[in-house]
Write a protein that binds this ligand. Structure first.
Ligand SMILES: [Zn+2]
Length: 235
């Protein structure tokens, strides 16, 4: 398998992972930058759970379709403008995960409440405007809120993660939803009193920041990718 085919395989798999693990259903998408270019591999307009490595498109950061047949998912501007703004980013996940959406709608910022939340020690900014990202301008606005970080919450909508490669972006997405789900459970168990949650201090969170290191990503990707192939469509 050559490098581009390998990348296409990873992108299709990553799309299936976010669907199988409940981060998205009919909507949501994962992309990967073709290394050293301003182009990226992106799925056609269908559920991420149905992504096929032989039916992916190549787009550029201006939203042009350079290769492939079919129509891109309509929020491709999220990916295009994130890659444009962030030369360090090689993988982008956009999903609609229920726990993260719930956090945004009760006005609770993400907090580090378990070890896998460590990578989000610097906080997860929120993009407050509701609705889909279907223009270059909105893509630029979202990328602006992401800034130099690895994730941005999107109020009432979902989130976007952006990391060095597609595997890291996908694992981070799974971590972030797991973390938000735990935070909601803790908030409910604490009777809605957020001050009772023993969120990690900065020093404590520093101890688990490495949950996004290459060796951990490799192990997590192995699990998510194999499990995703065995889970049924629709969870
Ligand atoms: Zn969306």
């Amino acid at each position: 398998m050559d490098a581009e085919q390998s990348l296409r395989h990873e992108v299709a798999l990553a799309n299936r992972i976010i669907e199988r693990f409940g981060l998205s259903n009919a909507f949501g998408h994962v992309s990967a930058r073709i290394p050293g270019t301003n182009t990226f591999v992106f799925p056609t307009r269908r559920s991420p759970g149905l992504a096929d490595e032989n039916r992916l498109l190549v787009l550029d950061t201006d939203g042009n379709i350079l290769a492939g047949e079919g129509t891109p998912n309509s929020e491709f501007w999220i990916h295009a403008r994130t890659y444009a703004a962030r030369p360090d980013v090689g993988g982008v996940v956009h999903a609609h995960p229920p726990a993260c959406i719930s956090l945004t709608q009760i006005g609770q910022p993400h907090r580090v409440v378990h070890n896998s939340g460590g990578p989000f020690i610097d906080g997860v900014p929120e993009y407050e405007r509701i609705g889909l990202i279907r223009s270059r301008e909105l893509g630029d606005a979202l990328a602006g809120r992401l800034g130099g970080g690895i994730a941005v919450m999107m109020r009432g909508h979902g989130f976007t993660t952006a990391l060095a490669d597609v595997k890291s972006a996908t694992v981070a997405a799974c971590y972030l939803e797991e973390s938000a789900d735990l935070q909601l459970r803790m908030l409910a168990a604490a009777g809605g009193d957020a001050t009772r949650i023993r969120a990690y201090t900065r020093d404590e969170a520093e101890l688990v920041r490495g949950q996004i290191s290459a060796s951990v990503i490799s192990r997590a990707w192995e699990y998510y990718s194999i499990a995703a192939e065995q889970l049924p469509l629709g969870g």
